[in-house]
Design a protein around this ligand. Sequence first.
Ligand SMILES: [Zn+2]
Ligand SMILES: [Zn+2]
Length: 299
Amino acid sequence: MAGRVAPGLGDKPSGPGWQVRGRPVSLATRHGKEKVIARPFRLGLGVELVLAAGFDTDSLGTFSGERPRQDDAETTCRLKAEAGMAETGLDLGLASEGSFGPHPALPFLPLTIEWMTWVDQAQGQVITERLVGCRTNFDHCTADAGTDLDPWLERIGFPAHAVIVRPQWPGAEPHLCKGITGVPELRRAIIAAASASADGLALVETDMRAHRNPTRMAAIRRLAFRLVRRIATPCPACGAPGWGKVDVVAGLPCSWCDSPTEWIQHEIFGCPSCPHTEPRPRSDGLSQADPQHCPLCNP
Ligand SMILES: [Zn+2]
Ligand SMILES: [Zn+2]
C-alpha cells in the first residue's frame, strides 16, 4: 500500500528534515473533490491544495465504461496524481479513485474500495490509503417506459444521487446519458435508451462520479482524514512521513483448540521510505477466533 517511487522522480534529501507543511499540493479532479479534501489537509498538515482541473481524469478510464481503465484502481490513482503534478508544475500531488463492483465472494453484495494517493517527488514518497467496503449506493436495474422505478430510486437516494441511463444492449454510446437528477429527464432518457436497445430495455445505473454522489463524497472525506493521519505519522526508525498498516498476517488462534484460523492475527506496520516494519496486534483487540472459523473445530 505504500512504496518508493521509481528512481528519477526526485531524490530524497538525506538526513532529517522531512518537510510537508507549507508546500502547495496539486489535486487532480474535475469532480469537486476539493470540497471534502481541502479541509483535512489544511488542518492536519498545513498544506493548501492547487486544483489541477485541466487534466482530463476520464482519459485514465471512466466508471461508466466509455473508456475502460488500463490499470488497476491503485495505479490509476497514482497516475492521476502525477498527471496533476505535471499540469501544475508542483512536486507534491494528490488524487483519489474509486472501484465498484460485485463482491468476489458474495456476488449479490457490492464491494467498493476508495483509494487516495499522495505523491511527494521531492522526497521520493508515495503514500496510499484505502477504504474498503465503505457505504455505497452502487446499484443498477433495467426499465422500459412502463416500469415503476420509484422504490429503486428511493433506495439509491435519487435525486440527491444522480443516475446514468443507456440501452441495455448494446450499452455503448451515443445513447449514454449521465448525471440525471430530474424525473422528466429520466423518463425521456429511459424511453430513448429502451428504443435504441436490442431487447427494448434501458439500463439505469447509479452515477458514481463524486460530484453526483454524496455518499461517495462522504467516503472520500473519511479517506482524506485517514490519509492525513497517516502522512502525519512519522516512521519510528527514520522519521519519514507515512508510517502505517502495510500488510496483515492471518492465523488468529481458535478459542477452543488454539490452532491457527484464516482470521487476521497481526497487522504489519511499515514505512514508505525505509525497510522498517513492526507487527501490531489487531486494532479491534480480538485475540482469539470464534471456533466456527476454525478448520479443525468446524471443518
Ligand atoms: Zn478450533
Ligand atoms: Zn522509515
